[in-house]
Design a binder for this molecule. Structure first.
Ligand code: 5GP
Length: 191
């Protein structure tokens, strides 16, 4: 997506050889106009598969999930939680996810009530690196007896193996921008 690529080129920073910092518009300060466009782009790509729920993981996937769900006709967003809270009661679907950015293992969970059996679910997240978060979200859907109709990613780091992993598992993956590498702190980006 042209606007996202431009924002990355203008405001994104590479940290080391594999971390992309886009806090100015995607992860800390949120460019709402850009988020609306990204949501529309995911809807354009996946509406033909008739998604009924958009599933993401807290916290950085929520903004894209909301604009996507709105563009898909105001369907619900469900976000997996990373830590047990008193708000999540009853039975949960749970999956283990290794966090690329924090270097720790998280358990992500969703109350069973919010992922009904047979639902068509679109998984959305801000980044794709090793594919752990997206795979964990797809696992939650599979546990529920739902169907993953696709995985929508704002920024894919195509030098990492996430896409291959998801595609090998049979998932349809669409990303809106690809970072092909980081050289001397500079991001190499393509649509
Ligand atoms: P994966 O599970 O595919 O290894 O990593 C994806 C998750 O880690 C995303 O939910 C995202 O929040 C975070 N992440 C991975 N790589 C980056 C990165 O380079 N920059 C940022 N901001 N987040 C990342």
């Amino acid at each position: 997506m042209k606007e996202l690529v431009e924002a990355i080129c203008k405001q994104g920073v590479g940290v080391g050889t594999d971390v992309v910092k886009v806090d100015m518009f995607l992860n800390h300060r949120l460019d709402t106009a850009l988020y609306v466009k990204m949501g529309q782009a995911f809807a354009d790509a996946f509406l033909e598969y008739q998604p009924e729920i958009v599933l993401t993981v807290e916290a950085s996937g929520i903004a894209a999930a909301i604009t996507t769900a709105m563009a898909c006709g105001n369907i619900p967003v469900v976000f997996a939680k990373k830590s047990p809270t008193r708000n999540v009661t009853g039975d949960v679907y749970e999956s283990r996810v290794y966090s690329f950015t924090h270097g720790v293992e998280n358990h992500i969970r969703v109350d069973k009530e919010y992922l009904p059996k047979g639902a068509k679910v679109l998984v959305v997240d801000d980044f794709l690196a090793n594919g752990e978060a997206a795979e964990g979200l797809c696992d939650l859907v599979n546990q529920s007896g739902g169907e993953v109709i696709g995985v929508g990613i704002c920024v894919e780091k195509s030098f990492q193996p996430g896409r291959q992993k998801l595609q090998d598992l049979g998932y349809r993956v669409i990303s809106l921008a690809k970072i092909t590498g980081i050289v001397d702190g500079k991001l190499q980006v393509k649509e």
